[in-house]
Design a protein around this ligand. Structure first.
Ligand code: GLP
Length: 240
């Protein structure tokens, strides 16, 4: 793992965009694995700004998203489908048919997404990290061997995400479809972003902890090409 510590969220986002830009300019039809949540919003802003400046295009770029809630319509403002359209897809020239998100409610729906991922060959996977070390929606205890599956969200994730649902945990979906760790490990390069002191324990577990299903992100220690970009607060519990 290569670890880069940046001063703050903006610096983290700009540094992440350096890797993203290298990927999308060196390969016009690059395949991106994309994440949602607050963390990658700054990266997506950098992507949009550089696209609007005429320096990049997404005509042949293909994307696969990590996860999606179960039980809310994709047009719900807090669905990850809506998030991606609002923060990136509607703001650049990516083709709708080249964007992929999991969708549905059952393991059969998860299997259908898994079938798409089999031929995806993701070049660069963007990841945030949950406070409990989750990546995608792979919660602690998830087998590293799993592909796309239906997830029961933990109380801690429901609580963390209720800020998007009027601060009412009852409004947060209780399940999601998520790429599995096995899917994430197949991507050629992984870029993990984390910002804020509330991520410091998860970042420490990912980088310095033992490789254990109790910290899903620790699986990345076994990936050959991981870059972790964190701000100083998220790095504050690292020993070096
Ligand atoms: C969410 C998402 C993850 C995300 C993580 C952190 O629930 N499923 O993909 O990386 O939790 O979210 P945030 O970036 O908002 O802190």
């Amino acid at each position: 793992m290569k670890v880069i510590v940046c001063k703050d969220y903006d610096a983290m986002s700009k540094k992440a965009y350096e890797y993203m830009k290298e990927c999308i300019t060196s390969k016009k039809n690059a395949v991106l694995g994309l994440a949602t949540g607050s963390t990658p919003v700054g990266l997506y802003k950098e992507m949009v700004a550089d696209y609007k400046a005429g320096n990049t295009d997404y005509k042949d770029i293909v994307s696969y998203n990590l996860d999606e809630y179960v039980g809310i319509d994709r047009n719900h403002p807090e669905s990850y489908y809506s998030f991606m359209h609002k923060n990136l897809f509607d703001l650049v020239d990516i083709k709708d048919e080249n964007t992929h998100l999991p969708c549905g409610t059952t393991q059969a729906d998860a299997d259908a997404y898994e079938a798409q991922l089999q031929n995806a060959n993701i070049d660069l996977q963007i990841l945030g990290i949950g406070r409990n070390g989750h990546i995608g929606f792979n919660e602690p205890g998830t087998s590293f061997d799993m592909g796309t599956h239906v997830v029961d969200l933990t109380e801690s994730t429901i609580e963390a995400n209720c800020r998007f649902f009027d601060n009412d945990p009852n409004l947060v979906p209780k399940q999601a479809l998520s790429m599995g760790i096995a899917d994430i490990m197949k991507s050629k390069e992984v870029l993990v972003l984390a910002s804020g002191v509330e991520k410091a324990d998860a970042v420490k577990g990912m980088i310095e902890g033992s490789v254990t299903e109790e910290c899903p992100a620790s699986a990345l220690q076994n990936h050959p090409n991981v870059i972790v970009i964190v701000d100083e607060a998220a790095a504050s519990k690292l020993s070096k």
